[in-house]
Design a protein around this ligand. Structure first.
Ligand SMILES: *[C@@H]1O[C@H](CO)[C@@H](O)[C@H](O)[C@H]1NC(C)=O
Ligand SMILES: *[C@@H]1O[C@H](CO)[C@@H](O)[C@H](O)[C@H]1NC(C)=O
Ligand SMILES: *[C@@H]1O[C@H](CO)[C@@H](O)[C@H](O)[C@H]1NC(C)=O
Length: 432
């Protein structure tokens, strides 16, 4: 069944991020790796569930698989510990320590192991008095904890925001950022500052970008399509505020990829992967890499999608059109290229056709452009002009992902793109 005829917009994007990023030389492209939370949560019962409990074995096994099964080669680099790793008590010197039963070798030895595989180790702490799981928080210990993580050769810190007076969030996150810098070790800094501030006031994204390498804005992801949809809806409705803050060195973090778990159909997994690429999101998988179906693995390792996510320009994409139960999201790429994702939001029936047709202002295909479909199947759709029509088929809750490369008769002529969509009440203009 075919839907209506649509005009493909060309998104005009905003100028490159004006604010400076945190100057630690890290996260020049969105972070890629694995993070334990969504799949393994706060499972500390190693007696009854030794394969899935939060223990050094879990991270060592993930690191092994990441090297053996092509994850590292695809770009996934950070093996990240989330909450529930520490002992409930600090040591006699006031330092955080790993739970001795579950991490008998300690974090330094685990970091050495992960480094020996050519990977990096991430750890977790909290800006307040306790972590969300009730373990010791870092309030009052920022410098000590930063130094502990540096002494252990940790490469990334996820800093949660539970048990903190919200009026002190900014100060706390900034103080920890300075403490990390002071150690002299480059430690990627993943924040949740805006997530905890939004209920009270609009966060200051300029300050956040200067402080953090990425930042969570919205609820934790769950292993369900309704969760993924709610994250996309929140992002779309706040894109004018958050998207301009993204760029090399600092990214909006819509939370983990849950691809390869239980809750998403394959089409929905493709939608998460495509939209996380469009959003220039950190690609932090939370799944069991020891046991993952080949289709999910192929999707997570798809180099064409990863290339869209990792594009060196570092623009976050926007929702640019919503019509007839389709959403069109667009991300500007380097070399004047464009990535376009078309999400079919109608959750009944079968595949529906979406017509791409050059809008009057769609100069990227004037005189010609080259269109490549990446999802659901890789297909070179070839050279198009402003008058050709393409129909792409999109399954319910699935996404078609395309790249569009302009073929200019004179590649030195800058061209201006202009487009207006009244349904999202914004006007996009860009000059290449
Ligand atoms: C600390 O900050 C300074 C100034 O912003 C920067 O030049 C330096 O590279 C940073 N060091 C680390 C380890 O992040
Ligand atoms: C941040 O550091 C400043 C300066 O040392 C200090 O006055 C303030 O109390 C700190 N805030 C927090 C939340 O740690
Ligand atoms: C179009 O893009 C495909 C995929 O990148 C490439 O193989 C092909 O040569 C391109 N065609 C033209 C005319 O640029």
């Amino acid at each position: 069944m075919l839907g209506g005829v649509f005009l493909l917009s060309l998104l005009g994007l905003l100028p490159p991020p004006a604010a400076d990023a945190l100057d630690n030389g890290l996260a020049l492209q969105p972070t890629m790796g694995w993070l334990h939370w969504e799949r393994f949560m706060c499972n500390t019962d190693c007696d009854r569930d030794p394969d899935n409990c939060i223990s050094e074995r879990l991270y060592m096994q993930m690191a092994d698989v990441m090297v053996k099964e092509g994850w590292k080669e695809a770009g996934y680099e950070y093996v990240c510990i989330d909450d529930c790793w520490p002992s409930h008590q600090r040591d006699a010197q006031g330092r955080l320590q790993a739970d001795p039963k579950r991490f008998p070798g300690g974090i330094k030895k685990l970091a050495d192991y992960v480094h020996s595989k050519g990977l990096k180790l991430g750890i977790y702490a909290d800006v307040g008095t306790k972590t969300c799981g009730g373990y010791p928080g870092s309030l009052g210990y920022y410098e000590a904890d930063a130094q502990t993580f540096a002494d252990w050769d940790v490469d990334l810190l996820k800093f949660d925001g539970c048990y903190m007076d919200w009026t002190l969030l900014g100060e706390g996150y900034i103080n920890m950022s300075k403490a990390l810098n002071k150690t002299g070790r480059s430690i990627l800094y993943s924040c949740e500052w805006p997530l905890y501030e939004w209920p009270h006031q609009q966060p200051n994204y300029k300050a956040i970008r200067e402080t953090c390498n990425h930042w969570r804005n919205f609820d934790d992801v769950y292993d369900s399509w309704s969760s993924v949809k709610s994250i996309l809806a929140w992002t779309a409705s706040h894109q004018d505020i958050i998207a301009p803050a993204a760029g090399p060195g600092g990214w909006n973090d819509p939370d983990m990829l849950v691809i390869g778990n239980f809750g998403l159909s394959h089409d929905q997994q493709e939608s998460q992967m495509a939209l996380w690429a469009i959003m220039a999101a950190p690609l932090l998988m939370s799944n069991d890499l020891r046991d993952i179906c080949p289709r999910s693995k192929g999707l997570l390792q798809n180099r064409h999608i990863i290339a869209i996510n990792q594009d060196p320009l570092g623009y976050q994409g926007y929702l640019t059109a919503k019509m007839d139960s389709f959403e069109v999201w667009e991300k500007r790429l380097s070399a004047n290229r464009l990535a376009v994702a078309v999400l079919n939001t109608q959750e009944i029936g079968g595949a529906r056709g979406f017509f791409l047709r050059a809008a009057p202002g769609w100069k990227i295909c004037d005189p010609q452009c080259n269109v490549t479909q990446i999802l659901p199947q890789y297909k070179e759709l070839g050279v198009q002009n402003p008058h050709t029509k393409i129909v792409i088929s999109v399954n319910p809750s699935g996404t078609a992902l395309l790249t569009i490369t302009p073929i200019s008769s004179d590649s030195n002529t800058p061209y201006k793109l202009h487009w207006q969509d009244t349904s999202v009440k914004r006007k996009h203009t860009i000059t290449f």
